[in-house]
Design a protein around this ligand. Structure first.
Ligand code: AMP
Ligand code: ZN
Length: 142
């Protein structure tokens, strides 16, 4: 499935050139044009899905193994000491390009610092109530 108006469809399928570090029949992995750190990569499925909720699970099952492979190459090839796997769904979550993509962001001992949040104090009752709302949507009755 391709979307003619989608820039990541064009990049993933080689219609628009990119700095590609990996390609197979399902994915192209490119370097981000606005990197959070040196080597920041994007895993782009060649098929168009808006986000994780719409994507084919047979395809998404392949993403974590690939992200691990790319992250290991960042450690070996770039001297990264770790990496983050980040995936935004929806504008409120920071998604700006509405073609499923996965950020693999190498991290280095000397920074830059990123991908952090300020933890709030969780209330036990509130946690239980929130969990029941999610479980209801998942149709889990236990
Ligand atoms: P997100 O905010 O999760 O939707 O991420 C979109 C990412 O795509 C951003 O990090 C952008 O820097 C990156 N990006 C947008 N257009 C291009 C492009 N043509 N080539 C490479 N990276 C891009
Ligand atoms: Zn697309």
């Amino acid at each position: 499935m391709k979307d003619e108006a989608c820039i990541f469809c064009k990049i993933a399928n080689g219609v628009i050139p990119s700095t590609t570090v990996y390609e197979d029949e399902d994915f192209r992995v490119i370097l981000d044009l606005g990197p959070a750190s040196r080597g920041h990569a994007l895993i782009l499925p060649k098929s168009h899905f808006r986000d994780l909720c719409e994507a084919d699970p047979l395809l998404t099952a392949k993403i974590f193994p690939l992200a691990g492979k790319i992250g290991a190459a960042m450690k070996q090839g770039l001297g990264a000491s770790g990496f983050n796997v980040v995936q935004n769904n929806g504008a409120s979550a920071g998604q700006t390009v509405f073609h499923l993509h996965i950020h693999v962001i190498p991290r280095y001992e000397d920074g830059p610092a990123m991908v952090s949040w300020t933890p709030e104090k969780a209330d036990t009752e509130e946690l239980a109530k929130t969990a029941s709302m999610i479980k209801k949507a998942l149709k889990i009755t236990r």
